[in-house]
Write a protein that binds this ligand. Structure first.
Ligand SMILES: Nc1ncnc2c1ncn2[C@@H]1O[C@H](COP(=O)(O)OP(=O)(O)O)[C@@H](O)[C@H]1O
Ligand SMILES: [Mg+2]
Length: 320
C-alpha cells in the first residue's frame, strides 16, 4: 500500500530542461503530478516523453530547472527516490534467459528483499497480472503482452508510491493492450499514483485523469481529457473529404459561417470544421454543395485537440 506521509504533489517540475549536445529536448517544462492520479504525457515520437520520465526515475540527470519527487530533489536524492518508484521502461528490461519467477526473485533481491520471506508477495503479484500459472516459463518464449505484464508485476515488488510506465502498450496487439489497460485500472484503484507516457490517444483518454500534451520538448497544454476537448475544439466536428480546391473551400465555408465555427483545420484534402452545433453546420455546408468524397459529422476527441495544437495527425505521425 502506498505511504500516506507523502506530499499531495508527488512530482513537481519547474522550468525543467534536458539538453543533449546543447539542444534542449525537454525545454523548460512545468507540471505536477498529484497523489493518487493517473497522469499521462501524450505526444509523438521525439516529443521528449522518455527523457522526461528518465529524469524522474534518475536515469538521466537534469540539465537545468527544478525537479522535486516526493519532496526530494531528483539530482541529489535519486537513490532514495528510486526506493519509492516502480518503473516499466519501454524495452521491459527483463532477463530473457531466466524464468518469470527467477526474474521476480532477482528484482526482489535488488531491493534487499529476502525471497523466502517474499515468495507469497511475488506469487500474489504474478496472480494479479495473470501470470501465476506461467512462473516456470522462460521469458524469451513469452508473448509481448506477457512480457509487459511481467514487467508491470516486477515494478510493483517494492510497493511503489509512484508507478512510471513508458509507453506501456506500444507494440502490443489490441487484445493484449486491452488486458494491460484492465490491469492498470486495477492498479489505479489501489491509489497508486501513475505517470504514463503514450502516443495512443485512446490509451490517454481511457486511463488518464489528467493529460499533458507534449511536442518537440514543449508542453502544449494540460488538463482532463474532457476539459482539453471542450476548451480547444468544442463538442462536434464535421470532416469533409474535398475533391478539389480545398484551400478555397475552407475560405468560403469559414467566412460564410464564422458564428457557427469554433475553428477549422485543413490537412491535405480533409477539412475539419469544429462547431458547437453540428447538425446546423452540416445543413448549411450541404447547401453550399462542396464537391466531397465523403463527409462525417462526429463527436470530437483528443485526436482533434492534438491536431489543432500541433497541426499533426497523431495517428499518422511516425512512431518508433
Ligand atoms: N541519449 C541521447 N542523446 C542525444 N539525443 C537524445 C538522447 N535521448 C533522446 N534524445 C533525443 O531527444 C529527443 C526526445 O527523445 P525522447 O525523450 O526519447 O522522445 P519520446 O520518448 O517522446 O519519443 C529526440 O529528438 C531524441 O533523438
Ligand atoms: Mg519514448
Amino acid at each position: 500500500m502506498p505511504e500516506t506521509s507523502f506530499p499531495d504533489k508527488i512530482v513537481v517540475a519547474r522550468d525543467l530542461i534536458k539538453r543533449y549536445n546543447g539542444k534542449a529536448v525537454v525545454n523548460a517544462v512545468n507540471f505536477h503530478v498529484h497523489r493518487g492520479e493517473c497522469f499521462g504525457i501524450l505526444g509523438p515520437n521525439g516529443a521528449g516523453k522518455t527523457t522526461t520520465v528518465k529524469m524522474i526515475y534518475g536515469l538521466s540527470p537534469i540539465s537545468a530547472g527544478e525537479l522535486i519527487i516526493l519532496d526530494m530533489d531528483a539530482n541529489r536524492c535519486s537513490r532514495e527516490i528510486r526506493k519509492h518508484l516502480g518503473v516499466v521502461s519501454q524495452d521491459n528490461n527483463l532477463d530473457p534467459d531466466l524464468t518469470i519467477w527467477e526474474n521476480m526473485v532477482m528484482f526482489a533481491r535488488y531491493y534487499g528483499l529476502q525471497p523466502d520471506r517474499t515468495g507469497e508477495h511475488l506469487g500474489r503479484l504474478l496472480a494479479f497480472m495473470d501470470l501465476a500459472d506461467r512462473s516456470d516459463t522462460k521469458v524469451e518464449t513469452l508473448s509481448g503482452g506477457m512480457k509487459r505484464r511481467l514487467a508491470i508485476a516486477r515494478s510493483l515488488i517494492n510497493n511503489p508510491t509512484l508507478l512510471i510506465l513508458d509507453e506501456p502498450t506500444t507494440g502490443l496487439d489490441p487484445q493484449a493492450r486491452h488486458l494491460v489497460w484492465q490491469q492498470l485500472r486495477a492498479i489505479k484503484k489501489q491509489q497508486i499514483t501513475i505517470l504514463l507516457t503514450t502516443h495512443y490517444l485512446e490509451e490517454a483518454t481511457q486511463l488518464c485523469d489528467r493529460i499533458m500534451i507534449m511536442d518537440q520538448g514543449h508542453i502544449l497544454d494540460e488538463g482532463t481529457p474532457e476539459n482539453l476537448v471542450s476548451k480547444h475544439v468544442g463538442p462536434a466536428v464535421l470532416e469533409l473529404g474535398l475533391k478539389g480546391e480545398p484551400v478555397s473551400w475552407e475560405k468560403r465555408i469559414t467566412t460564410s459561417y464564422p458564428q457557427l465555427l469554433k475553428g477549422s483545420w485543413l490537412l491535405g484534402n480533409t477539412l475539419y470544421l469544429y462547431t458547437d452545433n453540428g447538425s446546423r453546420l452540416l445543413q448549411e455546408v450541404q447547401n453550399m454543395e462542396p464537391p466531397c468524397y465523403y463527409h462525417n459529422l462526429r463527436a470530437t476527441n483528443l485526436e482533434d485537440v492534438f491536431l489543432k495544437l500541433t497541426g499533426k495527425d497523431l495517428k499518422n505521425v511516425d512512431v518508433v
